[in-house]
Structures are given as structure tokens and as C-alpha cells.
Write a new protein. Sequence first.
Lengths: 114, 113
Amino acid sequence: QVQLVESGGGLVKPGGSLRLSCAASGFTFSDYYMNWIRQAPGKGLEWVSYITGTGSTIYYADSVKGRFTISRDNAKNSLYLQMNSLRAEDTAIYYCASGAADVWGHGTTVTVSS
Amino acid sequence: DVVMTQSPLSLPVTLGQPASISCRSSQSLVHNDGNTYVNWYQKRPGQSPRRLIYKVSNRDSGVPDRFSGSGSGTDFTLKISRVEAEDVAVYYCMQATHWPPYTFGQGTKLEIK
């Protein structure tokens, strides 16, 4: 069955960097666009970034533009999110979601704190 | 960006009774292709979001038929015909018509009265 497994979260200081990964299985990964979506503590869901199956088209939320970079490796069935210049407000559970956000991973927690 | 406004934000419901959640968008969500891209998600405590409904009224595989979605234009509704204990969760609407960005409602917390 379709499965998405995120990893790479952790505790990082403000200004630091982190790279999240999402391992996909159970479907032809390269055929699907993918998203990162996050949920800050006590808050709602916020879309972060989108990438097409080939990686040719990418979008970011204004809140992360210029700091985060989405990428994918179709040979490895993996999605990535490189997060630089992290801020306290980036603290959240980060989910990868396939296609039109139909299947979500379990999430990985990012905490930005000194 | 399209703003999605849900109501109520808190919904106490007696077991076996119906529940209804409203979602209103700041502009029409009819896409140029004629479809309306509104999804509903269920997020149970400690779990990842689960899509229940896509394109306004289509139930995802495995979703109980007590869940239904309806609406058009700017007004959308998620209904649960008879609430069960496992339905305790936060429910979100999301639009994917005018993107980027996808935008979500604030969430409606359903609890058992």
C-alpha cells in the first residue's frame, strides 16, 4: 500500500539548518507531485512547498521562500526539504503528502529553540 | 490567497446524532476546468491527517458512508450522519483550486457531549 515515512527532524538553534527526508513506497513515485505541509503546536495546517514529478516546477509558501528548498530523487523514491535560516516560528510537525494531499506520512517534528 | 473560514470551531455532539461543519471561501472555488477542488481532512490526536472527501463530495476509499460532503461556489459542508466515538478529531477543509498556495480552514474540533 502507499506509504510515506518522514525523517530528519530534531532540535536546532535559530539560524540553523536541517534536512528532512520522505521515503515513498507502494506507488510509482516519479508519476506524482509531492508536497510538504506543516502544523505548528496548537495551530492549523499550513502548506509549505510543492514539486512536480520531474522536479521541473516548484512552489513555496511566502513564509519559507528563500530559506527552504524542496527536491526529490526519483531513483531513490525520496522527497527532501532543506531548511536553512530556521526560526522559532518554523517549529512544527512536517508532513510529506502525495499528489493532491491524498496520502500523508506520519510526520517528523522540528523544534527551533536556543 | 484564498481564505477558508470554518464554523463552528468547536462542535460538541451527542453520540448517534448528526454533525455539520461549514467551510466558506473568500472567492469561488470553481476551477477553469469546471471542477471544484475542495477536500476535507480528519486529524485524530497523535495521528497524521487523513483525507475523507475530495472535489467537494467524493468519499475516499475506506471512509464510512456516514461522512458526506456537499456545496458549491464558496460554501461547502461536511456532514456526519451519526457521530461515533472514533469521529473525535479536528476536521479541516482545504482548497486546491487557486494555488499556490493550498489553503486550509482553521479546523473544527469535534468532541462528544
